[in-house]
Design a protein around this ligand. Structure first.
Ligand SMILES: Cc1ncc(COP(=O)(O)O)c(C=O)c1O
Length: 476
């Protein structure tokens, strides 16, 4: 017998769609009861008198002082995202890169070691290798991210965190979060999950054992592609009172000699990330951007539902096309990650995925230049559908060998599916495939005759876009 649906009024907690428009709201502080969160565009906040200035600086009185330290518009968004992720605290920063940076710098110091899944956003990979490398924080990468032994072998006595993406960029090679969290916790270290592609609507990593979640809020959370933002969310399950994190357990200058774990308990990581890392390095977002991200979040579930459904339809359609060699979408039964998708993404498998064209680079160039509705752009999670060729742009900083090992071949195209009419998107994909047929006709004919025959084409048949400079390659 199926359970009758509980009427909303009697549910113990409001549902996601309700919380995405209401969570985190506090009594109006602007004196006029504005319904939308007001944009507090101000550098600082007036102190009533000497005592208030002193008490706010010394933590004896709650209240705002200066926008780099905190701002009511930013705080409202932080409360909402923390609620949607099921976390206890959230820290808003200026971009997804800033979120990854702040999360890692709040945990690791020179001499420490990070272990990351190999299949991650190229900007994070560059940050770990070059920027943290220069600071004395070394990173090892695990290729077989669902093999516990691979993580065990990479972990050293000085390892202080594991890092994965819930839906990895760009190949949808899902990670078993509970498995990786289990390994991390056996070693007394936290798991950080970049949940940008999944959003808290489809997946909440804290429910699967993660300890810290990061997002590029520039993507689905905002959805409109108008601003950048990032967020770090912490749960309350990890015991930070361990010698592995001396900066959290030793007396802190900013706490008058108390330690972060004494003062904040399970909130020690978030308090340190906010008060010592984010506010000092200073990647503070404008309250205007916080407002715009909050506007986006209010329709998150509606957009993600539609975008996931359309992506599933497009992925299934592409899989049937003779010009397409393979589609990396975990919602497809053919995906090696389908079982993980059923477990972790039952409500939709997201809307950013890749497919590989037969015919390599010439086919990719022909497709990329022919589409009209898909925007050629390095971004994702937008209401508009977007297309990018990772090997020559986002992943250009990797060597050919590294790209081959990651399955990012010259014929691979990444799509971010928006909210347009699915039929129009399919018509645009068909336009792209028609251009592929024209560009690589002899090979396509061979493929049609013998679908399994390898297609060997010269990249010089079509002029390729110039590769981006490495430092520009790590966007999107
Ligand atoms: C998974 C993932 N994390 C982080 C980022 C960085 O985000 P931002 O561009 O907001 O700095 C990106 C950007 O594409 C991303 O795809």
């Amino acid at each position: 017998m199926t359970e009758p649906r509980t009427p909303d009024a009697r549910r113990s907690a409001p549902g996601f769609a309700t919380r995405q428009v209401h969570a985190g709201r506090t009594a109006a502080a602007d004196g006029v009861n504005a319904r939308a969160t007001p944009i507090h565009l101000t550098a600082g906040f007036v102190f009533e008198d000497f005592g208030q200035a002193r008490d706010r600086f010394q933590g004896a009185e709650d209240g705002f002082t200066y926008t780099r330290i905190g701002n009511p518009t930013n705080s409202a968004l932080e409360r909402r995202i923390a609620d949607l992720e099921g976390g206890t605290d959230a820290i808003l920063v200026g971009s997804g890169q800033a979120a990854v940076s702040v999360a890692v710098l709040a945990l690791l110091q020179a001499g420490d070691h990070l272990v990351s899944a190999e299949s991650i956003y190229e900007g994070s990979r560059g940050l770990f290798l070059e920027n943290f490398g220069r600071l004395g924080i070394e990173t090892s990468f695990v290729r077989e991210a669902n093999d516990p032994l691979a993580w065990e072998l990479a972990i050293r006595p000085e390892t202080r965190a594991l890092f994965v993406e819930s839906i990895p960029n760009p190949r949808n090679d899902l990670v078993d979060l509970a498995l990786v969290a289990g390994v991390a916790h056996r070693h007394g270290i936290p798991l950080i999950v970049d949940n940008t592609f999944a959003t808290p609507y489809l997946l909440r990593p804290l429910e699967h054992g993660a300890d810290v979640v990061v997002h590029s809020a520039s993507k689905f959370l905002a959805g409109h592609g108008a601003v950048l933002g990032g967020v770090i969310v912490s749960g309350d399950g990890f015991d930070w009172a361990t010698p592995a994190f001396p900066h959290l357990v030793e007396p802190a200058r900013s706490l008058g000699g108390a330690s972060f774990t004494e003062r904040f308990g399970g909130g020690a990581f978030a308090a340190y990330a906010r008060d010592v890392v984010a506010s000092r390095f200073g990647p503070t977002p404008s309250p205007l951007n916080a407002f715009l991200i909050q506007q986006g979040i209010e329709t998150l579930s509606l957009r993600v539902d539609r975008q996931s459904a359309t992506a599933a339809r497009l992925a299934g359609w592409l899989e049937q096309q003779p010009e397409v060699e393979g589609v990396d979408y975990s919602g497809l039964a053919s995906s090696p990650f389908h079982a993980l998708a059923e477990r972790y993404l039952p409500d939709g498998q997201g809307s950013v995925f890749s497919f590989t064209l037969r015919g390599g680079l010439p086919a990719a160039v022909a497709f990329f230049d022919a589409v009209e509705l898909f925007t050629r752009m390095t971004h994702l999670g937008d209401v508009r559908s977007l297309v990018i060729h990772p090997a020559s742009t986002t992943h250009a900083a990797r060597t050919q060998e590294q790209r081959d090992a990651a399955g990012i071949g010259p014929g691979l195209i990444r799509l971010s599916v928006g909210v347009e009419d699915p039929d129009d998107l399919i018509a645009d994909l068909e336009r792209g495939l028609a251009a592929v047929r024209r560009a690589v006709r002899p090979a396509a004919a061979a493929v049609a005759a013998e679908p399994t025959a390898p297609t060997v084409l010269s990249a010089s048949a079509v002029s390729a876009p110039a590769p981006s400079a490495p430092d520009l390659a790590e966007v999107g």
